[in-house]
Design a protein around this ligand. Sequence first.
Ligand SMILES: Nc1ncnc2c1ncn2[C@@H]1O[C@H](COP(=O)(O)OP(=O)(O)OP(=O)(O)O)[C@@H](O)[C@H]1O
Length: 600
Amino acid sequence: MAVNQSDPSSTRVTLSQSDTAILEALVPGYTFISRIFLSYLHIDLAAYLQYFIALALFSICMRYVSEYLTQFFETYLISTAEVRLDDEIFNYIMYWWSRQPHTKHTNRFLAGVRTNGYWSDDEDSDHEESDSEDDEWEGVNGSTTAESFDDYWMRVINRDKYKKLRFTPAQGRHYFWYQGRLLMLDRRYEQTTARWVLNNEKLYLSCLGRDPSILHKLLADAQQKFVERDGGRTIIYRGQRGSSGSTFSWNRCMSRPPRPLDTVILDDTQKQGFLGDIENYLEKGTAAWYAEHGIPYRRGYLLSGPPGTGKSSLCFAVAGKLGLKIYLLNLSSRALDEDNLYSLFSELPRRCILLVEDVDTSEITHSRGPSIFPQSANSKDDDSPPKPGGNSSPDDTGKKNSKEKAEQPGITLSSLLNVLDGVAASEGRILVMTTNHPEKLDDALLRAGRIDMQIEFRLAISEDIEKLYKSIYSVSKEERTRQSSRRENGSRPPSQNGSAKNANGSIEKIGNGHAEEHKPNSVQGRRHELQTRIESLAKDFASLVPSGEFSPAEIQGYLLKHKGHPERAIREVAEWVKEEKEKKRAKKEAEAKLTNKNKS
Ligand SMILES: Nc1ncnc2c1ncn2[C@@H]1O[C@H](COP(=O)(O)OP(=O)(O)OP(=O)(O)O)[C@@H](O)[C@H]1O
């Protein structure tokens, strides 16, 4: 670089070729820009070069200093909690946030109407809504309100047109006060290249100071509010691919009101045996007892039987009674591999029901032919040493055979057996598997220690049919309570078009006990009369349906078609039985034909 001394008014700087080349490399287009400045504005950029360089160096230094200071500040003067989307705590915070008064004044928010939002608030409002619907209108029997079906339906449809608007904090930083402290919530979307990852979000909760106790308090508060909202409902989780895309995690998918155990119609010994066994397993001191005796603290059940006989219902009812969460696992998922299976099992809470429905639909659980050992009730423990002479246990056979399938995507029987009761298997969980075809299952999967109790469900026998009839037409305790509180409040008019006795004394229309007259002094007597009548009708009904031919689900389906009409259900049942038998016979014939065709 050289200064042109001949022109004192403008200190002309002449750059050497190499200087210009360096500048061009550092600031692409420099030569072109400097020429434009010189020609049109008569400004020689080279004269100001030293100032530009100083400014650039200063800004670089400032950037480093500010980064360093920010890092220092964040490390030593700020406490931060990081929350990932696939963790349930994310839902807690979103739920908590949506309930805070200050969020109403937030000027940056994410608005949405998703009905199955990841933060699950929808469930909450949904059951609030359905409860209020029930209170206002008592169903097709129309016995407790004068509102017609058309009016009711119009109201519901109009309301459903307006999906509830949901507001969550927008991406970026949000400052708010909590218990007198200024906190910050930072919502960030992380970039990812994986196509299947839709929302890779994280939340950062921060407070000033190195003491994070205020964050702990907030998180505990959010959790409490979220859990309180669930009340006595049964929560169901599903093992699904997480937000990061590759790994599986448990995602809360729904919550349902608990199903009363007595609504599941099953042999009492079996029902109580199942419940009693689980209660015994969960009892205080049982875990310690297992540990003292060197037995892994796990329990497994197999519920088997034809479709629609109540296997899932029993599991759901027991979960509701004991307040256990249900974790649903689909073994047939092709995306589920061994690592994911391990991580799902390791994430199971200590007390929960792991439900694997229709376990026979996954090929890996199928029997691999006869074992080389006779099957004994008390098969060997996992810890038992290998047999001399290369003998292998049925488990080993299962494991070896499954290795042959190792090249297939998904999991193998071997990995399933290992997570169920291998060395690294989780403790405390209750495994419930359901199947329509227990005979298809591999012996290794069913051996004692993996499956401790097997319950066989049956098609409905006369006794069950009678109970099913009564359960549809009798007045439940809850309903009686609701009706009497309504009467006490005097909020509902007496039935206009509901049930009544006809001239010959039979009950024309009964649905969920709406056949009562709403006169306080006759309520008890009428209720008793109705109950006696239903019991006698139930016997008649049971005598008309062949025992052991229909599943409870089929009978329930038929009775629901005649909801509110117990006598009509009896009148038309013979016809229904005939039709159903015919359908079953035709189906069997078609299946037999297909089998013969395949054989030939
Ligand atoms: N034993 C039963 N007692 C009361 N209700 C029953 C019974 N069996 C079936 N149902 C009713 O039938 C429907 C289906 O029942 P559920 O799903 O429990 O049957 P499942 O045996 O698990 O069937 P699948 O083998 O097809 O999964 C439910 O609505 C349930 O209320």
